[in-house]
Write a protein that binds this ligand. Structure first.
Ligand SMILES: Cc1cc2nc3c(=O)[nH]c(=O)nc-3n(C[C@H](O)[C@H](O)[C@H](O)COP(=O)(O)OP(=O)(O)OC[C@H]3O[C@@H](n4cnc5c(N)ncnc54)[C@H](O)[C@@H]3O)c2cc1C
Length: 367
């Protein structure tokens, strides 16, 4: 009756993981707007491309190993945390893997078995409930095609068309993430995490990648570009070097603030990854939850018994709990007074010893 059993919209870490794990008993179509091969001009998800310990564990749980060509130079072991309001800097050890996010996405997609019909370079434009299932319309090179499927999976990220279509009233706290790429001119490459409540109640960051310096932040939607520029000016005063951006990219990013914000779907619709609101409100780390929610949904669908939506909701309890703990952590990072106490105490921070005469990275003494 339906052309496919499952239609997956979006092949980021969530969609690609699900497509890889679904049982051969299903006819699956997966639609994504990224091109099939690496193209500078095609759509690329703006991202810091840092794989956290949680995401590494998620990959390890599938016995997956990362190919070298998705990694970038250098690998850094500390984050410079900069509090512009309290004028404090501390370094904290982190175990990130620094990679090329677009290559990472293409690698995850390359692991999808051939039995899944992958439609790349396609934009899903319309969705409808039809005959107990769904009709999905997508456009490829100006040509429109409509297919039908029994189940629909929204793996299409923060600005999910699946969520907008079927849950138009579901509003999750949303920011505009902007990233700019510059030639790297700092004497020593570094990661930073910046708190600047005058310009955003979320955070900003910088990352060095293959001799490029990436600066970005998540800003309230009003005047986001101006907020970024004001922030850059402040950071220049303490030694950040920007210059003319080679590339500016932007996208929405979600930041859940309560249990109610998560959206699992019902009656044959499922959400995984950021489309479900599964992203850390403290650090905006989302790759681990994207992978875990996809794994959970694959287990539920592959078993195929009982109320599948209810079973998926139950299975993802661990993700909601983890993210809720991050909500509780937020005041210690985002409330100026508590952050000052934590940073001043020096707890968990590491001291940096630079060689004498070495021109180190940004510092308030440079003002
Ligand atoms: C600027 C920024 C920096 C970040 N840095 C990090 C980081 O360093 N580490 C980390 O762990 N997390 C980071 N995150 C969060 C992380 O990127 C997301 O949480 C994660 O990518 C979610 O994965 P996903 O598969 O759910 O969605 P996405 O990765 O957003 O994938 C969604 C996919 O859906 C496709 N799509 C969307 N709409 C359509 C449509 N209409 N038709 C067809 N295809 C569609 C897109 O092509 C995309 O491939 C960052 C987020 C932002 C915005």
């Amino acid at each position: 009756m339906f052309e496919y059993d499952i239609a997956i919209i979006g092949l980021g870490p969530a969609g690609s993981t699900l497509a890889r794990l679904l049982s051969p008993k299903y006819r699956v179509i997966a639609i994504d707007k990224k091109q099939e091969i690496y193209e500078e001009d095609g759509f690329q998800k703006p991202c810091g491309g840092l794989i956290s310990s949680d995401a590494q564990k998620a990959l390890a749980s599938f016995d997956l190993t990362l190919p070298k060509d998705v990694l970038v130079d250098p690998q850094i072991f500390a984050v410079k945390t900069i509090d512009l309001k309290n004028r404090l800097i501390r370094h904290y050890q982190r175990f990130y893997i620094n990679l090329d996010r677009h290559k990472f996405d293409l690698w995850l997609r390359s692991l999808i078995p051939r039995r899944v019909e992958v439609q790349s370079g396609c934009i899903c434009t319309a969705l409808e409930r039809k005959d107990g299932g769904f009709s999905v319309t997508y456009v490829q090179k100006g040509e429109s095609r409509t297919i039908t499927a029994k189940y629909l999976v929204g793996a299409d990220g923060a600005n999910s068309i699946v969520r907008r279509t079927f849950y138009p009233d579901k509003k999750i706290r949303t920011y505009l993430a902007i990233q700019q790429w510059f030639p790297e001119t700092h004497p020593t490459p570094f990661y930073s995490c910046i708190f600047d409540p005058k310009n955003t109640d979320c955070c900003s960051w910088s990352i060095s990648k293959d001799r490029q310096f990436v600066f970005g932040g998540a800003y309230p939607l009003d005047h986001a570009g101006q907020r970024l520029e004001r922030q850059k000016k402040k950071l220049e005063q303490i030694g950040f070097r920007f210059g003319k951006p080679m590339k500016t990219e932007a996208c929405l990013v979600l930041r859940p603030s309560s249990f109610r914000d998560f959206c699992h779907g019902e009656n044959g619709i499922f959400f995984i990854g950021e489309a479900a609101g599964f992203i850390s409100p403290s650090s905006l780390e989302g790759i681990s939850s994207a992978i875990y929610s996809a794994r959970d949904l694959s287990r539920v669908l592959n078993r195929g018994k009982g109320d599948l939506n209810q079973a998926y909701w139950k299975k993802t309890r661990h993700i909601r709990l983890k993210l809720f703990l991050k909500v509780l952590k937020c005041p210690f990072m985002y409330q100026s007074f508590l952050r000052k106490l934590v940073m001043k105490s020096g707890i968990c921070s590491i001291g940096i010893t630079a060689a004498e005469g070495e021109n180190s990275t940004p510092d308030f003494r440079k003002e």
